[in-house]
Structures are given as C-alpha cells and as structure tokens.
Design a binder for this molecule. Sequence first.
Ligand code: PLP
Length: 496
Amino acid sequence: MTITYHSTRNNQLSYTASEAILAGIAPDGGLFVPSTIPQLTLALEDLAKKNYQEIAFHILKAFLTDFTDDEINESIQVYNQEKFDTALITPLVEAGHDHYLELFHGPTIAFKDMALSILPKLMTISAKKNDSQEDIVILTATSGDTGKAALVGFADVPNTHIIVFYPKDGVSDIQEKQMLTQKGDNVHVVSIEGNFDDAQTKVKELFADKELASDLHANKLRFSSANSINIGRLIPQIIYYVYAYGQLVDQLSIQAGDAINVVVPTGNFGNILAAYYAKEMGLPINKLVVASNENNVLTDFFKTGTYNRNRDFILTSSPSMDILVSSNLERLLYHLASEDTQLVASYMASLSKDGLYEVTADMLEKTVEFYAGFASEQAVSDQIKHTFEESNYVLDPHTAVAAYVANDYRSKTNDQTTTVIASTASPYKFPLAVLEATNSNFKETSLEDSLSQLRDLTGIAFPNAIEEALHDPIRHHTSVKVNEMKDIVKEKLGIQ
Ligand SMILES: *Cc1c(COP(=O)(O)O)cnc(C)c1O
C-alpha cells in the first residue's frame, strides 16, 4: 500500500514521504499527515523476539513507502552500539508500579536523539531520491536539548550543513558546553544576545527570506528544518512504543494482546502523538496519558475542549516542556475532526489571531482515549525524592512530571493496567534539580562537584556525553547580536 502525505489544512496536494521529509512543513503552514495509518503486520507475540532495528524496519517500511528496503536498512543502522550505550537501545526498567522506557541512551542523553540520529539519513536519502542537486542547510534555534542532538545527528553527514543559534544566557552550563565542544567540519554553533524567542523569531524570518533563499540557491544550497513537526522525526518515535510492548511480553510482564497504558511527559506533543499512531496501528494501548508541567495548556484542553495560550509562560525545572503552543497537536485535531482540513485550518487561524480555539463537542468526546494531568514544581521535586527513596531509581525532572501524573491517574481511576512511562532525559542532564530534590542540605559549588554527587547517588558512571562536555576543548567562539544573524549565516556558509 502506498502512503502519501498532505497538509492538515488542505488535502488537495499529495506528497511522497521523501518529499514531505525534505519540505518539513506544508506550503500552507500545515503539518504533513499520512493519507492512512498503516496497520502493524507483525503478530504481537512475535514482537518479543525482535530487536530494535527489526522493529524499526517494519515501522519505517509501513510509512515511508517510496523508500526501498536498502534505503530503510541503511537508515536504521544509526541504532547501533556506538551511538547508543546499550544494545537494547531503549531499555525498559521496572521501578515501583511502573516500567520506565529509557529514551536517553543516545549520544546526547536525551530523547531527542531517538529521532535526530536518523533524520539526517532520511533527509539525505530523500534529497537523492528527488534528484536535488543542492546541499541541505539546517538552521535551528534551540533552548537546549534539540540543538545538541541535531548537531550530533548532522555532524559530518555529507551534503549537509548545520547552524545552531542559542541564547547566550538562556541555556544551562552543561547544555552550553555540550554544544560548544561539538566536532564536525559542517557544524556551526553561534550564541546570540537575546532570549530564545528572539533567536526563534529570527530563524523563522531567515527561512522566509527570499533574498537569502536565492543566495543559497546560487550556491547550490537549500534550507531544511529539523524541528519536531517534520514527519521524519515523528515516525521514528513510533518504533520504541512497539519495541517496549515486545519487551513487556518478553519479560512476562504482560501476555501478547494485553493492553498497556502509556504516560508521556509532553511539550510539543510529538512524543505522545507517536504513541497515538502506535495505537492506531493496532498496538494494544488503553490510555494515552498526557503529562504536563505548570505550563498546563494541554491539561485544560483535554478537560474543556478549549485550547488557550493566553496565559503566563512559566519557567520550570523541566525546560523542554515549557511550551504554550504544542505544534503537533494540530495533527491530532486533524484525526479528531475526521480529517476535515478546513475545520483544522480555521482552528489554527483562530489560534494565531486570538491565541485560542474551541473544538466541537464531538471532537472532545473522541479524546476519551487520552487522560491529561499536570505536576506542580513541588510535586516534581517530591516525586524525584519519593521514587528514589522507594525504588532507588533516579528520575530527571521531565520524567518525574510523568511519574507524578501516572500516580495521580492511578489513584483517581484505580486503573491498574501495566504502565509504561516515557523517560526522556538522563538525570545527568539536570543535576541541580535532582540533587536539590533528594538532599535538603545540598549546596551548589561547581558543576563538576554536582555531577560527582549525582554519580554517588545513582551509582551510574558518567555517560560519554558528560565526559565530553567536561573535558573536550571549546571549538566554537562566535557570538552575535540578533540583527547580525543573517550575515553570520552567509559567512559560515561561505556565501558572498
Ligand atoms: C523535547 C522533550 C520533551 C517533550 O517532548 P515533545 O515531543 O515535545 O512533547 C520531554 N522531555 C525532554 C527531556 C525533552 O527533551
């Protein structure tokens, strides 16, 4: 079966998978959605015997129907033991009532690696398939995790360049060191004077800049986007839910056919949407639990049917979830609206004009397979302490949001279904939040000291990513003002 892709806001134009991956976003500003959601062709009882790459092959083959088997095989090689620190790729760890699906064993110890390690492969193959003679230029503004994961993913990938902008005072120490030590002949890291929004807004402007686009074209270059609305990031995220189910069967925690609940710490709605697609493919998932931090716009949406971004933006200990516009929700709206693209377009117009929209009662009713809840900052800190004391398992603040909401859901509903919690970052990425939660006498001295204390707490040696950030030489030294970003892009790409 051939799967094509079209915009959530208009179904007139169809794209192949490779065209959609290259374009990133539809020309009308909508997100690409598959014409149909393919069904799992693997029997549930057979999942237990499959390794990560084998499951990856099935999922990618089902969605990327213009890719050959060889191309898919080439792509999935990135899920290897050089990039990931365990042969399991995404191990499932039981602690307390729950099974934690650890998505942080990749090169940057955060879940963004799961998709950003394969996206460069999918993009370069897509470029070749579509006879593009132009090198791909990835331009990204980051507030932390995405920047490093994209740098690692694209470093030294032939026919690509990547430029990452970050706010000089807006990322953590460790995040900044991770980016500034990045190797690769095609990577550029630039700090800007300003906040994340300034950087993000300017990057969007540069994407839309006609003059810059024609300069790029004259130099056989084209912009592409690595952000989480690219279907080339979304589809690889389905793999680990199917794989986790197989592991549960293999560990005899469930029998093939049993339903599970999945709890996901959510920001841009990408990771939980991948779980929804896994369910739509036929994976037995009972509830999809959307866990938010104090930026709880999604909790309100699932409760009331109104999405309202007009509220204060709160800085929390789980910064990757500090988001007021969850872009990928647009794809869920499309499915809830029975594929009515006009209705989705009207909601998105209302969101950009007034900052809110309200879905129909019928659509709200169809969200029964979701449960949404949120954790306060205090609840997150208490959860980290509680899980550590009860299970000797250390959660990062993002995963702690999910653990709290999982418990909250269980106590409110008494639903005892086997639960998988997506664990999205290594505690090593957020040492201060973890140490403050587990030790009331903790005092910050140096980063090195905090990391050593965390090592004593977890009993887990420093991941490679931490060793590198601490000891590798700083390789990037450029810092610019926001209005100099365009010039620096040209300079880094050697455009006159
Ligand atoms: C990006 C991120 C999230 C949120 O994932 P979405 O797909 O944006 O919902 C959660 N935790 C961590 C650590 C992340 O980096």
